[in-house]
Design a protein around this ligand. Structure first.
Ligand SMILES: NC(=O)c1ccc[n+]([C@@H]2O[C@H](COP(=O)([O-])OP(=O)(O)OC[C@H]3O[C@@H](n4cnc5c(N)ncnc54)[C@H](OP(=O)(O)O)[C@@H]3O)[C@@H](O)[C@H]2O)c1
Length: 242
């Protein structure tokens, strides 16, 4: 497919690279221009702006939050004013249900299609095309996006024709994981550091790395034993207010 990709952060860079690997024709755009260079070297075309990334069958947004998505979609030369009739905006960021409703209405008014497809998985999983993707929107639009989802994820869950349902599932999943163990990284790192009962430290450390990511797991690379924990970074829950 001919697809634009807006938002080359920790998640988006790997996702766009996987679209390229799968043979899609990808045009990338990021607010900070230098981040597109690696993908251009892999065959992507660098867009000069949001509008320039909206010339294909679909455009994916993988931006930080509601404000960033609103700016890219409703701003001057944004997605709404640039995407062709019948083309699809695939919103993969973690955004609010209210914004998803607004996007659904605005794209319908503009004769465009809208699919919400937020993801579960960390940047390492994004880079390895192992994301879990929850997709919702008109069935024809979701079906059209399946080749993109297959390139970026290990499993796609189509959950209906109302995009906001996918955003609600994503926010509920985040709320659940934040509620069950507020700080899995902190709990397990301290366990690894102090507990005399943990015998197989390397296996447990590997599991922690998989669950919460190398950056947040509080373990030095290759370090599993007492004293191997570095200062644990405070948990970021930017979507907790959504
Ligand atoms: N990281 C994770 O583990 C994870 C897991 C699942 C879902 N998610 C969701 O995936 C989305 C992206 O996460 P990420 O980790 O890739 O974030 P990130 O690394 O912080 O990247 C954010 C992206 O948004 C852009 N951006 C931020 N504010 C902007 C604005 N006002 N206008 C235009 N562009 C703006 C950034 O551009 P610049 O480069 O110019 O700053 C960057 O491309 C978020 O919705 C997040 O909740 C993340």
């Amino acid at each position: 497919m001919k697809v634009g990709f807006i938002g080359l952060g920790h998640m988006g860079t790997g996702m766009a690279a996987n679209l390229l690997r799968a043979g899609h024709e990808v045009t990338v755009y990021n607010r900070t221009p230098g981040k597109a260079q690696g993908l251009v070297a892999q065959g992507a075309r660098a867009a000069a702006g949001v509008a320039d990334a909206c010339g294909g069958d679909a455009v994916v947004t993988m931006l930080a939050d509601d404000g960033a998505v609103e700016g890219a979609v409703f701003g001057e030369k944004g997605v709404i004013g640039s995407l062709g009739k019948g083309a699809i905006h695939v919103s993969m960021s973690t955004i609010s249900v209210a914004l998803s409703e607004r996007l659904t209405a605005a794209h319908a008014n503009a004769g465009q299609r809208f699919v919400a497809a937020p993801v579960f998985g960390r940047p390492e999983m994004a880079a390895a095309a192992k994301l879990f993707i929850v997709a919702a929107g008109a069935p024809d639009a979701v079906d059209a996006c399946l080749p993109l989802f297959e390139a970026m994820g290990q499993k796609t869950f189509p959950i209906g024709d109302q995009p906001k349902a996918a955003n609600l599932v994503k926010l509920s999943g985040n709320f659940l994981s934040a509620s069950v163990i507020p700080r899995p990284d902190e709990v397990v790192s301290r366990l690894l550091q102090r507990s005399p009962f943990v015998r197989n430290r390397s296996t447990l450390a590997g599991a922690v790395r998989y669950m919460v990511g190398e950056q947040r797991c509080g373990l030095r690379p290759g370090g599993y034993g007492p004293g191997s924990c570095r200062r644990i970074r405070p948990a970021r829950r930017p979507d907790a207010a959504l």
